[in-house]
Design a protein around this ligand. Structure first.
Ligand SMILES: C[S@@+](CC[C@H](N)C(=O)[O-])C[C@H]1O[C@@H](n2cnc3c(N)ncnc32)[C@H](O)[C@@H]1O
Length: 323
């Protein structure tokens, strides 16, 4: 079997995985997972029309002076993440790494949480995934990036396949000579990559789908062929698709049946995936086999496929780096 896909609440599932059994983790947790606990702050004032009667028959009313909505939401988010991050640390192999994908508004708080669990020295990188898509507010700089925190279980011994990382074109190839220009350069911690195009072949229809190109880069750099990759906020299964392409095994977990339906279609035609808690067959059809990589599924499983890998991931894969 190359992979296993679970319809499950991830904390429960994580608890069933053996210690140090996973070589690489990528997660892209949603925000707003915690309960919204809008705590209203009230002040009591004298009022002739107030409905509360106090000392000497005076009337009072309560007025709303504020709300702690966002704090509470955020406290809940960290409380939601913490036990899952502790499990992630437990199941990660001694040389394993975790990529934690998050929004620029939460990244600072999440880093403090992850530093506490992994240890500050285990923090290797903050990767900026930069894209250029969508509206531009006129009252501040348009936010056009996500943040990906990279942690190693053991900061003095972890997998980083420097030589395997796909090179990208130089910005000014004329300045580096033809040989260097032909080889390209290694990416830095700032990755320019298009989002999944709304009408592209890679699109699955899952609203938060991430591009295969960025998952491919992480998996190639931080795992070996045959290794086990875990994504317990799997969504449309991008991590699994990239793992298959690179010859890695995978475990995907999502609690939303809609995500499992999308994955059923995405991995249609593969009989080397186990499904737990969900029957994919009603959503599969031989006619849908092209969805996995945006072209014929025959090319699945090739460890170093260099052909078209879906929209936004061919020559223009890291388009911003070429400009
Ligand atoms: C931002 S999406 C991930 C998208 C994914 N990276 C992709 O490329 O499609 C987050 C996913 O986490 C799932 N999720 C949220 N809470 C969960 C939980 N407690 N257990 C399992 N899955 C959960 C949601 O259903 C959603 O599909």
């Amino acid at each position: 079997m190359i992979g296993r896909i679970h319809l499950s609440e991830n904390l429960e599932l994580l608890k069933t995985l053996p210690e140090e059994s996973v070589d690489l983790i990528y997660i892209d947790p949603p925000f707003n997972t915690g309960k919204v606990q809008k705590r209203i702050q009230l002040r009591t004032v004298h009022s002739s029309i107030g409905n509360r009667i106090g000392f000497q028959g005076k009337r009072y009313e309560s007025i709303v002076v504020g709300s702690r909505h966002f704090d509470d939401l955020f406290d809940d988010y960290l409380a939601f993440l913490e036990p899952r991050m502790r499990e992630a640390y437990r199941v990660l192999a001694p040389r394993g790494c975790m990529y934690f994908h998050v929004d620029y508004r939460e990244v600072h708080y999440c880093k403090i949480l992850l530093d506490a669990i992994f240890g500050r020295a285990s923090f290797l990188n903050e990767i900026i995934w930069a894209y250029d898509y969508g509206g531009r507010p006129k009252n501040r700089w348009p936010a056009k990036h996500d943040n990906i925190l990279l942690y190693a279980k053991n900061p003095s011994d972890y997998i980083f396949n420097y030589d395997e990382i796909e090179r990208i074109p130089y910005m000014a190839p004329g300045l580096v000579g033809p040989e260097k220009a032909a080889r390209g350069k290694l990416p830095t911690d700032t990755w320019w990559h298009t989002i999944v195009a709304t009408n592209g072949k890679e699109k699955t229809g899952y609203p938060t789908q991430k591009p295969l190109g960025i998952l491919r880069r992480m998996i190639q750099a931080s795992s070996m062929p045959g290794d086990l990759v875990l994504d317990f906020f799997a969504g449309s299964g991008t991590t699994g698709a990239a793992a298959i392409e690179l010859g890695r095994r995978f475990i995907l977990v999502d609690s939303n049946p809609e995500a499992l339906k999308v994955m059923a279609r995405r991995f249609d035609g593969r009989d080397d995936i186990e499904w737990e808690g969900f029957d994919p067959t009603p959503y599969q059809s031989v006619h849908r086999q092209g969805m996995l990589f945006g072209h014929n599924a025959d090319s699945m499983g090739t460890a170093n496929a260099t052909s078209d890998r879906g929209s936004g991931c061919t020559d223009a894969r890291f388009a911003g780096s070429c400009t």
